[in-house]
Each structure stands twice: as structure tokens, then as C-alpha cells.
Design a binder for this molecule. Sequence first.
Ligand code: GAR
Length: 208
Amino acid sequence: MIFDKGNIVKVAVLASGRGSNFEALCNGDTGNGRISLLITDNEKAEVLRKASSAGVESIYMSPGRYRTKFGETEEMAWTRFLMDRGIELVCLAGLMRIIKGPMLEEYSGRIINIHPSLLPSFPGLHAQKQALDYGIRITGCTVHYVDAAVDTGPIILQKAVDVKDDDTVETLSCRILRQEYIAYSEAVKLICSGVLSGSGRNRFHKER
Ligand code: GAR
């Protein structure tokens, strides 16, 4: 998907918890991207308070009866809500659910995610612990397009973080998070500036 240069792009964030990436997106330089909506699958999520402080419309919507995916009807309802609000780009920021159905079809090439490792290393849950357990010396974060599998979509950008000898999951996660905040805004700005092409794994083209 290529967004037209110069046009404002309405962006929604989907999140389940703390919402520090959401907050960073609201405060960051996202270029033509406007953070316009927050949807959560968790009524008690801290991110709801952050949306209210940021003056961004927010809503809890039921994800259905499953633990790690959406019910078909519910995913359709989330998708309709996004469309009704004129959302053009969807950012997953700590959404603890897999998107597979109607949302992926409707927003194909327009859903992105942030993951706390240098993909394709350490996909899935607890990426920082996976990195420490493996004994890797450099890890980081990745912003990527979402496809039908977990953490496999085309990469938009990555930031590297050194692992220190005395790192714990907490200290490493904290340093990676600081890079996530920078990376996510940069990626949204890049996409919304219209310089990425619409398909294939390598979407950077002439203007970079
Ligand atoms: C972030 O570290 C994000 O990269 C991670 O969840 C955290 C959410 O924090 N996402 C994943 O692990 C996705 N596989 P936040 O709610 O403070 O933004």
C-alpha cells in the first residue's frame, strides 16, 4: 500500500496492556500519520488511561471467547469500527492476539507491528528472555508488516541493542523499549510519507 505524499493518514493503535508504545506514538514525530483511535481487548488496560490523557478516542471492544485470537464475529466488528472511523493504517502495540481473518483482508498491507527482537530471531512471546537464554550479544526491535503468520511479515525497520553481561530480562527490555519508541514513530512516518511500495519483502524503493 502506498499512501499519497502529503496526505494526512488516520492511524489506529490496537493494544492490550501498558501502552507505552501507544504513548510514544502520540508524542513522537509520525509525520503525516495522526494517531486517531485506540482499541483495546482489555477493559482494565493502562493504555485506556493513556489515551484519555492524550485526548485520543479510545474504546474497549470484546475480542470474543478465545485467549490468543479473535472470534470471527468480533474481528469483523473491530474491522467495521476501524473502517467507520476512516482508519487507514493500523499499529499493533502489545496486542496479545493474532490477527488472521477479516481485519487482515480489509487492511492487507496496512497493519504493522512492533516486536522486541531483531526478527527473524526470537519471534513469539518473551522475545527478550529468549535472547538472553540464547546468549546473543546483540538484539533489538523490529517494526514489520503483519501477515497471516506470527512475526514473519516484511520488515520496515530495526534498531539494534547491545546485550550487557549483567542484563536481566527487565534491564534488557527497558533498553529495547527505548529503541521501540523511536523505531515505531519513524516507521509510521516512513509509511505515511508514501515512499514504500506495496508488495514483496523489500518495500523500500527509489526514494531512500
Ligand atoms: C512491547 O515491548 C512490544 O514490543 C511487545 O509488547 C510490549 C508492549 O509494551 N510486543 C510483543 O512482544 C509482540 N510480539 P507497551 O504496552 O508498553 O507498548
